[in-house]
Ligand binder design. Structure first.
Ligand SMILES: [Zn+2]
Length: 448
């Protein structure tokens, strides 16, 4: 199966190399801001000209395609950035590419041609608020034969913190091709991500016909329909004491703001503490990422079909009491990983509708309760007398849903949720009205 995927490695640069990495990312930011200023000036000029009644074809042009931006940059760079030769030309291209995409998204959003939240006009990238990042698409992008170094245009050969074996094997076998490389500073460390075209040969799931329902939660990270409970590691909660201490220490240092709100130069101590805080957050993110990848990989390796709920994560995050616990779990990320990993292995991911009453339905007889308080941890059915852990019951209902989808495939395909992309191989969805679900469950109950 041919896929585009990224391989990311932490870098171990020398101080000079780290400076060069930062310089390239700064160059990308500079080009972005320069281009944005040009486009804004041109658009303002057009607006003014329109008020004079100038005909459309005589208005000032505002070229904001990548091609147009690059051409104007190359003409102007000698004057606006006499130091431009210090960095690879790819760095400036990378910044202008980001700008061209941002402008395209903004204009598509304004014309109503783009799904999702409205996209605003791009803003200038402030030096201390921007993630340092830069992408290389041409030039020498290579993994060295010792599997411990990578070579990037202009930056030369940089040591990696871990072996590049997995990607190197694909390249040696001819089943992989590097399309681009992106450098990025995250939590104070440098990373390189190679975007590659990979011909994957994943093994099929161990039990291709098996179905597992996964009930995601906060108390337990996940409860499977098999009864297995995956504990919530609560990485963020575990780190809270340390984060709190660092935040308090940071507040005592001479920071970028004066007490009356003005700006000042932060002290060296402030920068040290800030870096420690950033590292602490990055560590939590890394721990969470590792746990989620292990869980989702294990599920798709074992089961042919995985069923999850379509949770309204952004809505739940709006609840101030729940937000921290829910964000700590990373529910949306679990689903994203399951979607592509099932596709890789030829498995199937079924996403239950948002209103599917997985918790309120009895997994034994199909009766649906009108109400089920969050505090009720065991499900006890009034109709058939089933007593079961609440989350296991929900997971079993999800697993049963996979059979429903298989039976009524044509119907569910027609009624597929609008937000689900069929191109994602293993992904299929059940979209039902809430009332209809209850009825259907009810009918099934009488038939059984
Ligand atoms: Zn029952």
């Amino acid at each position: 199966m041919k896929v585009v995927q990224a391989y990311r490695y932490a870098l171990d640069p020398t101080p000079a190399q780290a400076a060069a990495l930062a310089s390239h990312c700064g160059a990308a930011r500079f080009a972005f801001n320069w281009g944005l200023a040009r486009v804004r000036a041109a658009l303002d000029q057009r607006e003014a000209e329109k008020t004079y009644g100038m005909p459309e074809e005589l208005l000032t042009e505002a070229p904001w395609s990548l091609y147009g931006l690059r051409r104007t940059w190359n003409a102007a760079k000698g004057a606006v950035a006499p130091w431009w030769a210090d960095n690879s030309k790819e760095a400036y291209s990378s910044g202008l590419d980001g700008l061209a995409r941002a402008l395209k998204n903004w204009s598509a959003s304004r014309r109503g041609e783009r799904k999702g939240k409205p996209v605003g006009f791009p803003r200038f990238k402030a030096k201390h608020r921007t993630t340092l990042s830069c992408r290389f698409t041409t030039g020498v992008i290579r993994i060295e034969a010792d599997r411990r170094h990578v070579t990037l245009p202009r930056l030369g050969t940089i040591k990696t913190c871990e072996s590049t074996r997995k990607l190197a094997r694909h390249l040696e076998r001819g089943t992989g091709r590097i399309l681009s490389a992106t450098i990025r500073n995250e939590g104070g460390r440098w990373f390189v991500a190679f975007t590659c075209q990979i011909d994957r040969a994943d093994r099929a799931p161990a039990r291709p016909d098996a179905v597992v329902g996964v009930d995601l939660g906060v108390r337990a990270l996940a409860v499977l329909s098999t009864g297995e409970v995956i504990d919530n590691p609560n990485h963020h909660r575990a780190a809270l004491r340390r984060l709190r201490r660092l935040n308090k220490r940071l507040a005592r240092r001479v920071g970028p703001r004066t007490p009356d709100g003005g700006r000042r130069q932060p002290s060296a101590c402030w920068h040290t503490t800030k870096a420690a805080l950033v590292r602490a957050h990055a560590r939590v993110a890394a721990q969470r990422r590792d746990g989620l990848h292990q869980l989702t990989s294990r599920l798709v390796a074992a089961y042919g079909t995985v069923v999850v709920e379509d949770l309204h994560v952004s809505g739940m995050l709006a609840n101030r009491k729940l937000a921290r616990a829910i964000a700590d779990v990373g529910m949306a990320e679990i689903r994203r990983q399951l979607a592509y990993k099932t596709a890789w292995r030829g498995g199937r991911l079924v996403v239950a509708d948002r209103w599917f009453p997985s918790s309120k339905t009895c997994s034994g007889c199909g009766a649906v309760k009108a109400k089920l308080a969050l505090s009720e941890r065991t499900y006890s059915c009034a109709a058939c007398g089933l007593v079961l852990d609440r989350d296991v019951n929900a997971a079993r209902n999800l697993a049963a849903l996979a059979a429903d989808v298989a039976q009524s495939c044509g119907e569910t395909r027609n009624a597929r949720g609008a937000g689900v992309r069929p191109a994602e191989g293993g992904l299929s969805a059940v979209k039902r009205e809430p009332r209809e679900t209850g009825e259907r469950r009810g009918r099934k109950a009488t038939a059984a």
